[in-house]
Design a protein around this ligand. Structure first.
Ligand code: HEM
Ligand SMILES: N[C@@H](CC(=O)c1ccccc1NC=O)C(=O)O
Length: 284
């Protein structure tokens, strides 16, 4: 084999001039704090599949962290009439949601006996208690005071969840925006108790219909509405894949969080975040 013209990896690295000494420089792992991130996986059971379960949830929480970062900035941009910036962020939030929809395929490789072996180690913990998830739901308008309770023992997290609970949602800000643009929106939608879940309103539907019937007059509001529909569409897919994966893995057992399990998650499929943006379509 001597004299073989194969370009070995070592040669390529040298020819390319890749830096190989990081004793004095910040490296990849330093920048990304990988020692911290990759030392946070501690299975409680002897089961092989628990690593999948932990990594799946931790990566989901990381994506949720980015989603919150983008959503917060998007809401602030809508409130400040900076729509191009808001659209960029909302598009990213929808793509993250789609990423999480596809992530269910990985978890779906876990069979009921494999999960049943891990489940006792989870005790009463459940995704129901995810503070980041609850903040996302609240920012998207699905407000519910009872969902604050699982965070009562963690004042730091409770403060963050409460902040999202008390603030106007993305949709509330979108309605205030279209009102500022001269479209008639019922006053009750513009100034209200933001802790209450949004209730569909014929006057709000009429307002959005004005946008959809003359898109050339309100092009950015039209784009805003379609960004919101994209986001809710992706969120619905996530909820659907969750309940299907849960049925596949635990059937109709009660949840570790204390709910009926699949029955509870199916009820959540009926949640509509931006109702008028869906109902108006019948009239177009
Ligand atoms: C085998 C995998 C999974 C099973 C069996 C499962 C099961 C359940 C069940 C039964 C509930 C209802 C609450 C309860 O009583 O526990 C729930 C809620 C929830 N789960 Fe999962 N889950 C799984 C994976 C995940 C993953 C990967 C995530 C992503 C972070 C997640 C996030 C959530 C969230 C956010 C809730 C609350 C939903 C709401 O209140 O609308 N779950 N899950
Ligand atoms: N609620 C699930 C447990 C569960 O899935 C879970 C437990 C701890 C951490 C995250 C979880 N994922 C989503 O609910 C169950 O009833 O099996």
């Amino acid at each position: 084999m001597s004299g073989c013209p194969v370009n070995h990896g070592e040669n390529i690295v040298q020819e390319e001039g890749a830096q190989l000494d990081f004793s004095k420089d910040m490296s990849y792992g330093d920048y990304l704090k990988l020692d911290q991130v990759l030392s946070a996986q501690h299975p409680l059971s002897p089961e092989h599949n628990e690593m999948l379960f932990i990594v799946q949830h931790q990566t989901s929480e990381l994506w949720m962290k980015l989603m919150l970062h983008e959503l917060q900035a998007a809401v602030a941009n809508v409130a400040a009439d900076r729509l191009p910036e808001a659209f960029k962020m909302l598009a990213r939030v929808s793509r993250i949601m789609e990423q999480l929809v596809h992530a269910w395929d990985v978890l779906g490789t876990m069979t009921p006996p494999e999960y049943t072996a891990i489940r006792p180690y989870l005790s009463n913990s459940s995704g129901f208690q995810s503070a980041q998830y609850r903040r996302i739901e609240f920012m998207l308008g699905n407000k519910n005071a009872a969902m604050l309770k699982p965070h009562a023992h963690r004042p730091d997290l409770l403060a963050q969840v409460e902040e999202a609970y008390r603030a106007p949602s993305l949709y509330d800000e979108a309605l205030r925006l279209i009102a500022r643009r001269g479209i008639t929106v019922p006053q009750a939608a513009l100034e209200r108790d933001w802790t209450l879940p949004y209730a569909a309103d014929e006057g709000v539907k009429a307002a959005w219909l004005e946008v959809y019937r003359a898109p050339e007059k309100h092009w950015d509001l039209y784009q805003m509405a379609e960004e919101l529909v994209d986001l809710e569409d992706a969120f619905r897919l996530w909820r659907f894949r969750h309940v299907t994966t849960v049925e596949r893995v635990i059937g109709f057992k009660r949840g570790t969080g204390g709910t009926g399990g699949v029955s509870y998650l199916r009820k959540m499929l009926d949640v509509v975040l931006f109702p008028e943006l869906w109902t108006l379509r019948t009239e177009l």
